[in-house]
Design a binder for this molecule. Structure first.
Ligand code: GDP
Length: 534
């Protein structure tokens, strides 16, 4: 077994065994394939391939989903739970496309660690880099999987150097690949002194694992051809000299990432990675909140909404709020307080996401993700507690980078449009601003594709054709300050003022110059590009 955990020894066992994480990667690096293998080894599915098959069946249910499929984007995130050895893994899926970065950002607030998947031939790609930077903002521990080692891949030292340099993180090899491309035969397990040999004949079979006694063990010669063995010995010796040793504390602090080499499609290296997540990954962490932090082992239940997904089942216009439990032991039927409205909510039909099927959650612990079906009461950033007025913080909303005016095709349907847009705003799919002057709504998104997605969803889900048109504005900033100063500012800038779906004041403009001018003319008014969701 691997070294003992540097985690907290006093956590209840049910909480201590939980590992809640996301996978970050560039499209095509192998996230879906790796997820399938996780589920396979987690006993959640019988056969690899089900994730994709189910995913596609779901997607073809609607045009919107079809569009998503056509573009190869996974818009909808979900959570999956499965057991592996003594651990309970909660894997939260992140949407892969850069247009949806805000969604991804919020998903990453719900996990304690990330697995970074890179393609052995391509190294650190743009999307990986961006997502990594988001993880870094929160000092999330990162474990790295270098995939597709069965193909021609780059030199092992090169890959490690690139990660160290581009991402400014220490990299320590947890395994070392033997041979490349066609000659790739497996890895030397640097942590356990074992030889792991890939089975090329059966993709779902776990590698053969052979215990050896260090690199000088003659047993190696029986399994590894002489030229590869010589190279392996040389490289491992060099690696041990030049690269940092695994330091579990440094991994937990996010300063060091262990890297495993493997091939997800061949099920190779996946179990070692899972062992690594269990052993070196963090248990549920303390959650930032106001007026105090929430510790996972507190007796009382607290949780927060990090994602809302509408119309998961088109037959019922339901929404599912994805809640990360920050503390306690949740039991189905519990009454929790919805802190924003101070109203009690009986959580009678929460769902756990076991593999890709939903299942009623009878109980859940800190670290788990549960889905709460609701009719719109639950919004992103909301906190649920057993009564205490405490609010989880750090779930931001970003100013949109693209603005367009949205009008109903039929002007009589303006009220319907407002309702539809408000729903999407609450879901976090777009920012919706109602200008003080003029008609229509101004909708803000991060990526242009989202306008198309919205238009087709409004048409499909509300039977309402809409038009998006260029807006005279290009930037939005939330305005705040003492009431008198704010009122004066609003009165003097009416043609630039709008309100978001929470009623907060927004300043719209086309010119950076305007924003600078406000800062000069109204020193008590703050214009901000982010807002805390609450
Ligand atoms: P995602 O876009 O990151 O979810 O990537 P996928 O899991 O869909 O994989 C992208 C492509 O790479 C697919 O065609 C996979 O079959 C292929 N792939 C995934 N893992 C491996 C691997 O270990 N070796 C090889 N050769 N191909 C792989």
């Amino acid at each position: 077994m691997l070294d003992a955990l540097p985690n907290r020894p006093d956590l209840p066992a049910e909480i201590a065994r939980r590992r809640t994480f996301a996978i970050i990667s560039h499209p095509d690096a192998g996230k879906t394939t790796l997820t399938e293998k996780f589920l396979l080894f987690g006993g959640a599915i019988q056969m690899a391939g089900q994730v994709r098959a189910k995913g596609e069946a779901r997607r073809t249910r609607s045009d919107f989903m079809q569009m998503e499929k056509d573009r190869g984007i996974s818009v909808s995130a979900s959570a999956m739970s499965f057991d592996f050895r003594e651990f309970r893994f909660n894997l939260v899926d992140t949407p892969g496309h850069s247009d949806f970065s805000e969604d991804t950002y919020r998903t990453l607030t719900a996990v304690d660690a990330a697995v970074m998947v890179i393609d052995g031939a391509k190294g650190v790609e743009s999307q990986t880099q961006k997502l990594f930077e988001v993880c870094r903002l929160r000092d999330l521990p990162i474990l790295t999987f270098c995939n597709k080692m069965d193909r021609e891949s780059r030199d092992t030292f090169d890959i490690i150097d690139e990660i160290q340099e581009n991402l400014a993180i220490d990299v320590t090899p947890a395994s070392w690949p033997i041979g490349v491309g066609r000659d790739f035969m497996g890895c030397y397990d640097m942590l356990r002194d074992r030889l792991e040999l890939m089975d090329r004949a059966d993709r779902n079979r776990v590698a053969e694992s052979i215990e050896i006694n260090g690199l000088d063990d003659p047993k190696l010669e029986e399994h590894v051809p002489a030229h590869l063995l010589e190279k392996l010995r040389e490289e491992v010796e060099m690696a041990r000299e030049l690269l940092p040793k695994l330091d579990p504390q440094s991994v937990l602090e996010g300063h060091m990432t262990p890297i495993w080499f493997g091939s997800a499609i061949n099920s190779f290296g996946v179990k070692e990675l899972m062992d690594g997540i269990g052993t070196y990954g963090p248990e549920p962490q303390v959650q930032r909140a106001q007026p105090r932090e929430i510790a996972p082992d507190e007796k009382k239940v607290a949780g927060f909404v990090f994602k809302v997904q509408a119309n998961m089942d088109p037959k019922h216009r339901d929404r599912v709020a994805f809640v990360r439990l920050a503390s306690g032991h949740f039991i189905r039927g519990m009454k929790l307080t919805h802190v924003r409205t101070k109203k009690p909510m009986a959580i009678s039909n929460p769902v756990l996401f076991l593999a890709s099927d939903r299942e009623l959650a009878e109980e859940a612990w800190a670290g788990d993700i549960i889905g709460i079906p609701n009719h719109g009461q639950l919004r992103i950033g909301d906190t649920l507690t057993e009564g205490e007025a405490i609010r989880v913080t750090g779930i931001p909303s970003f100013a949109p980078e693209l603005l367009q005016t949205c009008r109903a095709g039929d002007p009589m349907k303006a009220k319907h449009l407002e309702k539809a847009l408000m729903q999407f705003a609450e879901e976090g799919a777009a920012k919706v601003f109602k200008p003080e002057f003029g008609s229509g709504f101004i909708v803000g998104v991060v990526g242009a594709l989202q306008f198309e997605v919205l238009a087709s969803r409004i048409e499909m889900e509300y039977g309402l054709p809409v038009r998006f048109e260029p807006s005279q504005f290009t930037s939005a900033r939330w305005a705040s300050g003492p009431k008198t100063a704010l009122d004066k500012f609003i009165a003097a800038n009416k043609q630039h003022i709008a309100h978001d779906n929470d009623g907060d004041v927004v300043y719209l403009t086309r010119l950076q110059w305007d924003i600078d001018r406000i800062a000069r003319d109204y020193p008590d008014v703050t214009l901000s590009a982010t807002k805390e969701m609450m």
